[in-house]
Design a protein around this ligand. Structure first.
Ligand code: SF4
Length: 562
């Protein structure tokens, strides 16, 4: 692999993101996107990927490596702000709504050491990009101020003021952290600290300087200047719903997500022949059905009306659903009960383990609805179920398909520490459609859950549905983002509309497109891609896990633990 090989430059506008989620995502990409694609898939290495993450943070004060807490002058909690220590240069800084934060995650050819000189040169480059964007937007008199990093307004005037802060990290020729450009934030929040430890100069914003550019316009300018400066290959841009498009709150959501509940069974849409599944209630299917009823267990196979239920159950596999059938969310594609959830059933983990033993499962998949009503987001039940299965069937591989737990690190750690053989968390759709398809979740948050699981040493997996209005290129970009956080397995399947109150099927994707996505996924470094019109996230779960060494290989018919 030569440093001159074209590297895709992936620009992602991620909307409003919690600092901790963005940090986990950065670390994931920093750890994995540097791997030349293919390296993980053991194929011919091609070039690493470069990313530019653009976002706004919820209110937070971050302290850099030399950050002095004494520079926080007022209790952050008064404005609902978090305080986070960050492994970047610099002192204390504020991030919040109205401020464009950019994290260039670049592979800087030839800069192996990341010494002071390299870092200074890189900070210089970041300043250049932000200054150029400011000038494009009409703020002409911007520049550097002596030894203070950042972008300053009227640096040679009597009252220099900072419009953008910069704090970076350069290790193993890869960059992290970046810049924070004040578009129109609440500047009072900067008075609650000594910005960057610099007491003699003030802070300003584009708006305070009379530049009325919207966040979307600033995002476009910065993305253009950054691509000019750093793109060493094709620019692949993907945005979550742009701020301006949220003019009609909820107008773009399915009635189901707006609380209308399920509608009628949709009129039989003329499904293409490749979507038709023969009804096959064989003996194994009937045995499992009886077992689920007698064990008072719930499966997502039945709850979601999965087209593969006959194939999987006749093959003796099923996906158990714990933590009840009522979800605290209402994704636009999901046939779930959204009434007030019941209290967790403490006997459920043992019952699932007993069913796993009864079914002699080599690979058990456990999923759950989102339980935002619980302090641990339902994580404890996942851990208890993994442990119960392990006690009962030590040889059974356990895969869990988990909600994002709102990014709660303690809840996620509870699940990760139970060491599932495969940690599955679905991004479900491409960046642009996130808000429409899963309004209570987020693209950056889901990628950060996968990045955290990977950092915990787990085999990770995610799933994308198509037919919701995405383009093929957007799916390619989503696969690249999964690869960038080290995702080992990806599944891609056709969306089916559960009721008339759910999102419509925008297209029936041809089988050939799935074959192509299998190749695209492998090319960007995903170990195994399960893709077909009927694929669902747990479909062929065992073989997918075995393909990446994420599960105990068991030959068909061999009794588990024998
Ligand atoms: S969070 Fe999961 S179970 Fe709940 S509505 Fe969304 S997809 Fe369905």
């Amino acid at each position: 692999m030569t440093d001159s090989a074209p590297r895709p430059f992936r620009v992602r506008w991620l909307g409003r993101v919690r600092y901790r989620d963005a940090l986990a995502l950065q670390r994931g990409i920093h750890a994995h996107a540097g791997e030349a694609a293919g390296e993980r898939a053991g194929e011919e290495a091609s070039s690493p990927q470069d990313h530019l993450l653009l976002l706004e943070h919820h209110a937070v004060y971050t302290l850099g490596l030399s950050g002095d807490p004494a520079n926080l002058l007022a209790p952050p909690e008064e404005i609902g702000a978090e305080v986070v220590r960050a492994d970047r240069g610099g002192d204390v800084t504020y991030h919040g709504p109205g401020q464009l934060v950019g994290y260039p995650l670049l592979h800087l050819p030839g800069k192996r050491g990341g010494g002071m000189a390299d870092t200074a040169a890189y900070v210089h480059a970041v300043e250049e990009v932000v200054m150029a964007a400011c000038r494009d937007l009409g703020l002409a008199d911007v520049g550097r101020l002596g030894r203070y990093p950042g972008v300053w307004v009227e640096p040679d005037g009597p009252r220099p003021r900072k419009v953008a802060a910069i704090g970076v990290k350069l290790t193993r020729s890869r960059t992290m952290h970046g810049f924070a450009l004040n578009v129109d934030p609440d500047l009072d929040h900067f008075d609650r600290m000594v910005p960057c430890g610099i007491s003699e100069y003030g802070v300003t914003s584009l708006a305070a300087e009379g530049i009325g550019a919207s966040m979307a316009e600033v995002v476009d300018r910065v993305a253009a200047r950054a691509s000019e400066r750093w793109a060493a290959g094709p620019v692949d841009r993907a945005d979550v719903a742009r701020p301006v498009e949220r003019a009609a709150p909820d107008g773009d959501l399915a009635p189901f997500s707006r609380g209308a509940g399920p509608g009628d069974v949709p009129p039989v849409e003329r499904k293409p022949e490749w979507m038709r599944v023969p009804l096959d209630t064989g003996p194994e299917y009937r045995r499992l059905k009886a077992l689920m009823r007698s064990s008072d267990l719930v499966t997502v196979c039945e709850e979601a009306g999965c087209p593969n239920v006959f194939e999987c159950w006749n093959d003796g596999t099923a996906t158990f659903m714990i933590n009840g059938e009522r979800c605290t969310r209402a994704c636009g594609f999901c046939l779930v009960d959204t009434r007030r959830p019941d209290a967790p059933d403490l006997g459920e983990p043992e019952r699932v383990a007993a069913a796993v033993a009864e079914m002699d499962l080599a690979h058990a998949v456990v999923t759950a609805v989102a339980r935002d009503d619980l302090a641990d987001h339902g994580a404890g039940a996942f851990a208890a179920t993994i442990h119960a299965i392990r006690r009962r069937r030590p040889g059974t591989a356990v895969e869990v398909l988990v909600p994002d737990c709102k990014g709660d690190e303690a809840a996620l750690a509870t699940i990760f520490d139970a060491r599932p053989d495969v940690l599955n968390h679905n991004v479900e759709t491409v960046a642009r459609l996130q808000r429409r398809v899963r309004p209570s979740a987020g693209y950056a948050r889901s990628l950060s859950v996968l990045a955290r699981a990977k950092a915990a040493g787990l085999t990770t997996k995610s799933s994308i549905m198509v037919g919701l209005g995405e383009t093929d290129d957007e799916v390619d970009g989503c696969l690249a983002d999964l690869a960038a956080v080290g995702c080992d397995i990806a599944t891609i399947g056709q969306y089916l509309r559960p009721t008339t109150n759910h999102l419509p099927v925008e297209r029936w994707v041809e089988p050939a497109a799935f074959e192509r996505w299998r190749d695209v996924g492998r090319a960007v470094g995903i170990g195994h891609v399960e893709a077909s019109p009927l694929t669902r996230s747990s479909h062929h779960a065992r073989s997918a896990a075995e393909a990446v060494g994420g599960a105990v290989p068991v030959t068909l018919g061999q009794r588990v633990g024998s």
